[in-house]
Design a protein around this ligand. Structure first.
Ligand SMILES: [Fe+2]
Ligand SMILES: [Fe+2]
Length: 164
């Protein structure tokens, strides 16, 4: 069925992140094949990193404030989700540093950090789809949802989502 849902762009972002996360997890599970595992993992992160950072920024600029306006900032959910966003960005940064430091970093440390990132991303997106999009959908009027979706799509469009 063609989805005419207000949150099409959000779903699209989440689908892309799901497939990038699966690529990360799949490679960490079976890193045989490529001659240089670190180079191959860097390529996976070159794709996941920018889309994840952009997505986090979009949510922080649009969905989270909308949710806060709705509940008057009384929900503990948004602070938790924001904390997880910071943690996800830290993990991306840490992985980047570990991959660069060939002399002092073992593959096991890199793989463990990658696994933590994949797991947190999965849990986080699951939580969001249950709390955020469902609550907004049931609470806002159709035209408010359409406006919110437009804001989401254009948020962070300056391209300044930071480094991978
Ligand atoms: Fe998020
Ligand atoms: Fe998300």
């Amino acid at each position: 069925m063609e989805c005419g849902c207000w949150d099409l762009k959000i779903r699209e972002d989440h689908r892309l992140l799901d497939s990038q996360r699966d690529a990360l997890r799949g490679f960490l599970k079976d890193p045989t094949g490529p001659k240089d595992r670190r180079v191959h993992l860097s390529k996976i992160l070159d794709s996941l990193g920018p889309s994840l950072r952009l997505h986090l920024q979009r949510e922080e600029e649009t969905l989270f404030p909308a949710f806060d306006r709705l509940l008057g900032g009384s929900s503990g959910t948004i602070p938790l989700l924001r904390m997880e966003h910071d943690h996800l960005r830290d993990l991306l940064d840490r992985l980047g540093r570990l991959l660069e430091d060939r002399e002092n970093t073992s593959w096991e440390t890199i793989a463990e950090t990658g696994d933590v990132l994949a797991k947190l991303l999965e849990d986080h997106e699951e939580k969001e789809s249950r709390f955020i999009t469902d609550t907004l959908e049931h609470s806002l009027k159709p035209d408010e949802l359409t406006r919110l979706a437009r804001q989401f799509q254009h948020a962070a469009s300056c391209g300044c989502q930071g480094e991978t």
